[in-house]
Design a binder for this molecule. Structure first.
Ligand SMILES: Nc1ncnc2c1ncn2[C@@H]1O[C@H](COP(=O)(O)OP(=O)(O)OP(=O)(O)O)[C@@H](O)[C@H]1O
Ligand SMILES: [Mg+2]
Length: 249
């Protein structure tokens, strides 16, 4: 369970002796429950990554509160880190090693027992169809294979809460489907799944709840049906463009 209340983040940019401020999140609130996939949908620069990084304790919010399974992300940051699996687009994988090796390495970092690492590794390799490239050097892998490797690493400790930033970015339809099916399965098992995406189809197909984030504010929150009904349309794209047009004027 993730509970976000009035989350704000202001970035301070120092350049040539002058300071400017960017209000990336202007006070957002939402909840993501176990068994549910929550999709944060928004255009470039909306604040999606900032939100996920705050929840994952990588950056500190300016104000507001974040609870993950009841633990405060500021006070209990270590506990929060242990119960989440965070996937980010800027995750750097060492090209010299293999997916298999990296999974072992991250399993050990998470203080897992060797037999648990071995067992979990086989599950992930099967679920993500990584059999053919598990022992290849990461340098030699395609974008999709690298993304699967990042996903496997982020979930090696089988966390209760899954936070994925743009999980299907750059993936072909087959690989993207593999990843979205994988997320659906985990949600069905009772895990809390929060993703960000700018792809409307992903939000429509797999998200139980959607938050439309634009310029640091959540403009719409609810199920797909609720959001489209509220806006007297039958598709998310209409809703999305309506808010973007308002913003342009
Ligand atoms: N470390 C930082 N320092 C200063 N400004 C930042 C920093 N990180 C993000 N920002 C700014 O905050 C705003 C939100 O950025 P963020 O990366 O959260 O957007 P996003 O929704 O993830 O966009 P994208 O779809 O392009 O990934 C942007 O204006 C960005 O320039
Ligand atoms: Mg982003």
């Amino acid at each position: 369970m993730i509970e976000i209340h009035d989350l704000k983040k202001v970035f301070e940019n120092k350049k040539k002796g002058t300071v400017s401020y960017k209000e990336a999140l202007k006070g957002i609130s939402f909840m993501c429950k176990p068994g549910e996939i929550f999709g944060l949908l928004g255009p470039n620069g909306a604040g999606k990554t900032t939100t996920l990084r705050c929840i994952s304790t990588l950056i500190k919010p300016t104000s507001g509160s974040i609870l993950v399974n009841g633990y405060d992300s500021l006070k209990d940051d270590r506990k929060v880190r242990s119960i989440i699996g965070f996937l980010t687009s800027d995750m750097k994988l060492d090209g010299f090693f293999s997916p298999d090796y990296m999974m072992d390495y991250f399993g050990r970092l998470n203080k897992m027992a060797p037999e648990d690492i071995a067992e979990r590794k086989e599950v992930l390799i099967k679920e993500l169809h990584m059999e053919e490239f598990r022992h290849k050097k990461i340098d030699k892998l395609s974008t999709g294979m690298k993304q699967k490797t990042s996903i496997a690493i982020s979930l090696i400790h089988n966390p209760d809460v899954i936070i994925f930033d743009e999980p299907t970015n750059g993936l072909d339809v087959v690989t993207a489907r593999n990843v979205t099916d994988f997320l659906k399965k985990y949600a069905k098992e009772g895990k809390t799944v929060l993703i960000s995406t700018h792809i409307m189809g992903v939000a429509e197909q797999i998200c139980d709840k959607i938050g439309i984030l634009i310029e640091g504010l959540i403009k719409e929150l609810g199920t797909l049906e609720e959001i489209v009904k509220r806006n007297s349309t039958d598709n998310l794209e209409d809703v999305f463009f309506r808010y973007l047009e308002v913003q342009d004027v």
